[in-house]
Write a protein that binds this ligand. Structure first.
Ligand SMILES: Nc1ncnc2c1ncn2[C@@H]1O[C@H](COP(=O)(O)OP(=O)(O)OP(=O)(O)O)[C@@H](O)[C@H]1O
Length: 308
């Protein structure tokens, strides 16, 4: 027998079983329900096809209990309240009827608090794909533009990829306490301007900070558990080095420094909350994984509360 025939047979036997149990309820002996007609009842009941018979029997028993308790509830309502709404009344009428019976109207206030804006720190070895992942993460997120004293790479845009400043300008930003965190990386300064974080958090945006491992450690000491720390990794060392070579921005000497640094950095993985493996050719999955982490964090009962 084909798949279609088998599932048809299953659903037929399910509905026969259901009819046998439903008919044992003696609905006609019960007072009519003001809220739910027996036709609506049968429309709402659902019996899973397939599965072991014992599972399905348990499911049917569960459905029957729901039927019985609904009938009991509606009977109680009927006994205590002589203003029976007609069975044909629409949803809005029934809602008003129930509100009148309760003596108060239903609140439209959200039942759970609005999630706090998040600060998401993304770190990982050089060339692992931090920028590539962050650029594709969905809207509602502000990727903080870092200030740097390093030279612009081909294709980079000032104010979009980085704020390119001179070393002197960077040092005055440090003096004015305008940076949340800064570091000297491969002889160049990189730092996070505080004002941008304030501005976007106050508008309800989640904040993404992209820092190296040293920066992540500093941010952990400043923000503690109020921020989320994600470590981005390649699937193996070879994939990481190939990615750096493909970028065509590194001399052999700089490549050697970055590889040695990456080996040290990977040892800090345990200081992070999450790890995302950015596999070769699977950038999209890594982006989805980061988005899933953000979704899960938004659903936390105990929200993180980042304050800068
Ligand atoms: N999953 C992937 N598969 C293949 N190539 C990737 C993947 N992710 C990123 N890349 C490529 O790897 C290179 C390095 O990525 P990217 O510049 O985003 O790394 P990074 O971690 O931001 O580096 P750095 O810290 O040195 O700035 C880029 O050419 C990018 O397009």
């Amino acid at each position: 027998m084909g798949k279609v025939g088998l599932s048809l047979k299953r659903s037929l036997s399910s509905s026969m079983l259901f009819r046998r149990i439903f008919s044992s309820l003696n609905l006609r002996d019960l007072p009519p329900s003001p809220l739910i007609s027996s036709r609506e009842f049968s429309g709402r009941l659902w019996i899973p096809a397939g599965g072991r018979l014992s599972d399905r029997s348990r499911w049917l028993k569960f459905q029957r209990n729901i039927c019985l308790s609904s009938i009991r509830m509606s009977s109680a309502f009927q006994m205590g309240d002589t203003r029976r709404p007609p069975v044909t009344a629409d949803k809005a009428d029934l809602l008003r009827e129930v509100e009148a019976a309760l003596g108060s109207s239903f609140s439209l206030e959200p039942l759970s608090p609005t999630p706090n804006p998040l600060i998401i720190v993304i770190s990982g070895p050089s060339g692992v794909g931090k920028d590539a992942v962050i650029k594709q993460v969905r809207h509602g997120i502000h990727f903080v533009v870092t200030a740097t004293s390093r030279e612009k790479r081909p294709g980079e845009v000032d104010g979009k990829d980085y704020y390119f400043v001179t070393k002197e300008q960077f040092l005055s930003m440090i003096e004015r306490n305008e940076l949340l965190e800064y570091a000297l990386v491969y002889g160049e300064y990189k730092g996070i301007p505080k004002q941008q974080i304030h501005d976007f958090m106050s508008k309800g945006f989640d904040i993404v900070l992209r820092v190296d491992i040293q920066g992540a450690a500093t941010l952990r000491s400043i923000l503690g558990d109020s921020a989320i720390f994600i470590f981005l990794l390649a699937e193996n060392e070879e994939a990481l080095v190939k990615r750096l070579i493909d970028r065509k921005t590194e001399t052999i000497d700089r490549l050697l420094v970055r590889i040695a640094t990456a080996r040290e950095e990977i040892k800090h993985l345990k200081e992070f909350d999450y790890v995302v493996v950015n596999e070769e050719g699977k950038l999209e999955s890594s982006v989805k994984m980061v988005e899933s982490i953000i979704d899960a964090e938004k659903a936390r009962v105990q929200q993180r509360n980042a304050v800068i």
